[in-house]
Design a binder for this molecule. Structure first.
Ligand SMILES: [Zn+2]
Length: 136
């Protein structure tokens, strides 16, 4: 059991290192806020959680499944965040089901609703300023 826990921590560390830092992956992003609601079998609200990322954090967006006994489960928001940043979008909403499997757990044993907000650094290229605004 303890061994397993250590192996998991090592794995997490490796995954985080592989993901790189937020400021390296997304230099224009000044912060990301992920608000989540965890549900048991998509109905019963288990908990609410808000996670903040700043540029010096790892760009690792896989949230663990809270269900006991769930192996390799979780909710990976990396794709959603990648797409959002690519589009320059500021927020996204959606839901995910845990893909973890275990003999005692049925599929869809847990799910989340998420809301992602992304802040971009205010620095703009001077060419973007409109003349009407500067004439005041
Ligand atoms: Zn799970």
């Amino acid at each position: 059991m303890r061994q397993n826990h250590f192996a998991k921590l090592e794995m997490l560390k490796k995954n985080k290192l592989a993901a790189g830092l937020l400021q390296e992956r997304f230099p224009k992003v000044s912060g990301i806020v992920i608000q989540m609601r965890y549900y048991h079998r998509s109905r019963q609200l288990l908990m609410e959680r808000t996670v903040n990322f700043c540029p010096s954090d790892y760009a690792y967006f896989k949230m663990g499944c809270m269900t006991r006994g769930c192996e390799n489960g979780g909710f990976d928001l990396a794709v959603v965040i990648n797409d959002l940043v690519k589009k320059g979008g500021k927020s996204a909403k959606g839901g995910l089901c845990c893909e973890g499997t275990s003999p005692e757990l049925e599929a869809g044993h847990a799910s989340i609703d998420y809301k992602i907000s992304i802040n971009y650094s205010a620095r703009r290229s001077p060419g973007l300023k409109s003349p009407q605004l500067t004439s005041f």
